[in-house]
Design a protein around this ligand. Structure first.
Ligand SMILES: C[S@@+](CC[C@H](N)C(=O)[O-])C[C@H]1O[C@@H](n2cnc3c(N)ncnc32)[C@H](O)[C@@H]1O
Length: 297
C-alpha cells in the first residue's frame, strides 16, 4: 500500500502506546480503595512500524502499533477485562468504525492512571460506544464524575446501555454535542481547574483547541491523555500531508514547546510493564503536583 493510499484511508484511531524505556518496569503506588491490591499493565510491541502496515493492523482490529497477531493475542490474554467491557467490545465489533475503540490494554492503562491520580473528576472527548469511558467510570470512586463528550447520538445509546448494565451510569454525565462546545460550557459554568484527568480521542484537527480548553478545565497537577499522536506512524512520513496528519504534527510540536506542561509521548515500539501496589500514594503523587502533565499515546 502506498503512503498516499494509506493517507486516504478513513482512519481509525490507533493503538497507542504506553511508556518508554525498553523492557523497563516502573513502580507506581495505587490507592487501595478501588479494588485489587496490585495492578499490572504490560505493554509490548515490536520495534518496527511502517505506516501502511500499521493502518492495516488497525483495520484488522489490532490496536497496538506494529504488533503482529501472536504477540497481540498474547497481550490480549494478559489483560484483565471486566465482562461488561468484553460484552461492549463484542457488540461494537459488528459496527462500522469498531476499530476506533481503544484496546482493552489501553483502557486498562487509562483506568490505572485514574486510580494512580486518585481522580474524582474526569473528562472524555470522543466516547463512541463508550469502551474507554466505561473503563474510566469503573475505576472512579462512587463519588466520582466523568463528563463524556460525544456528537453521535446512536453511539451514545449503546454507551448508556452498558453504563447502566455496569451500574456506573450515575457517575457519567453525557454531553451530546460538539466536544469543544461542551468544554466551553463547562468553563461557562465555573468549572475551571476542577478536573483531575482528561482523555482525548476525537477529531484530530481540533487537538490544539481541545488542549487549550482542557488546560483551563484540568487543575494544576492534573493529567491529560491524548490518543493518536503518532497517527499510525504517519506523522513521521514526509510524504503524508493530509489535514489530520498535519494537525497532529502541529499539535505535537506545540506541546513540546509548551513549558506549562510536563509531557511524555509514548509508543508501543517498546515494551513496558507498569506495576502498582497499594502503598506509598503520597510518595508517588508528589511528582504529579507541580504542573499539568500530559501523556500522549
Ligand atoms: C475514536 S472514537 C472514540 C473511541 C472511544 N474512546 C472508545 O474507546 O470507544 C472518536 C469519537 O469521537 C466522536 N467525535 C468526533 N468529532 C467530535 C466532535 N467534534 N465532538 C464530539 N465528538 C466527536 C466520534 O463521533 C467518535 O465516536
Amino acid at each position: 500500500m502506498s503512503p498516499r493510499l494509506a493517507a486516504a484511508l478513513p482512519l481509525p484511531p490507533p493503538p497507542a502506546a504506553r511508556t518508554v524505556l525498553p523492557g523497563a518496569s516502573v513502580a507506581f503506588s495505587l490507592s487501595s480503595r478501588r479494588g485489587a491490591r496490585a495492578c499490572l499493565v504490560r505493554l509490548m510491541c515490536s520495534r518496527h512500524s511502517a505506516t501502511a502496515a500499521a493502518v492495516e493492523e488497525a483495520r484488522r482490529g489490532r490496536k497496538q502499533l506494529g504488533m503482529m497477531p501472536p504477540l497481540y493475542d498474547y497481550l490480549m490474554a494478559n489483560v484483565r477485562e471486566p465482562p461488561v467491557l468484553q460484552e461492549l467490545r463484542e457488540e461494537t465489533a459488528a459496527m462500522r468504525g469498531s476499530q476506533m475503540q481503544v484496546s482493552p490494554a489501553q483502557a486498562q492503562l487509562l483506568a490505572m492512571l485514574v486510580q494512580i491520580q486518585g481522580a474524582q473528576r474526569c473528562i472524555e472527548v470522543g466516547v463512541f460506544t463508550g469502551y474507554s469511558s466505561l473503563a474510566v467510570a469503573l475505576a472512579l470512586p462512587e463519588s466520582g464524575r466523568l463528563v463524556a463528550c460525544e456528537r453521535d447520538e446512536r453511539c451514545l445509546e449503546i454507551a448508556k446501555k452498558y453504563d447502566q448494565r455496569a451500574g456506573v451510569a450515575h457517575k457519567i454525565d453525557v454531553k451530546h454535542a460538539l466536544a469543544a462546545d461542551s468544554l466551553r460550557s463547562l468553563l461557562d459554568c465555573g468549572e475551571a481547574s476542577s478536573y483531575d484527568f482528561a482523555f482525548v480521542d476525537a477529531d484530530k484537527r481540533m487537538y490544539e483547541e481541545y488542549i487549550e480548553l482542557l488546560l483551563k478545565l484540568v487543575r494544576l497537577g492534573g493529567l491529560i491523555v491524548m490518543d493518536n499522536v503518532l497517527w499510525y506512524g504517519r506523522v513521521a512520513d514526509p510524504l503524508i500531508d493530509d489535514q489530520k496528519t498535519i494537525s497532529i504534527r502541529n499539535f505535537n510540536k506545540k506541546v513540546l514547546e509548551d513549558m506549562r506542561v510536563d509531557i511524555s509521548m509514548v509508543s508501543f515500539s517498546f515494551q513496558l510493564c507498569l506495576w502498582g501496589w497499594d502503598d506509598n500514594l503520597p510518595e508517588a503523587s508528589r511528582s504529579l503536583n507541580q504542573q499539568f502533565i500530559m501523556l500522549m499515546l
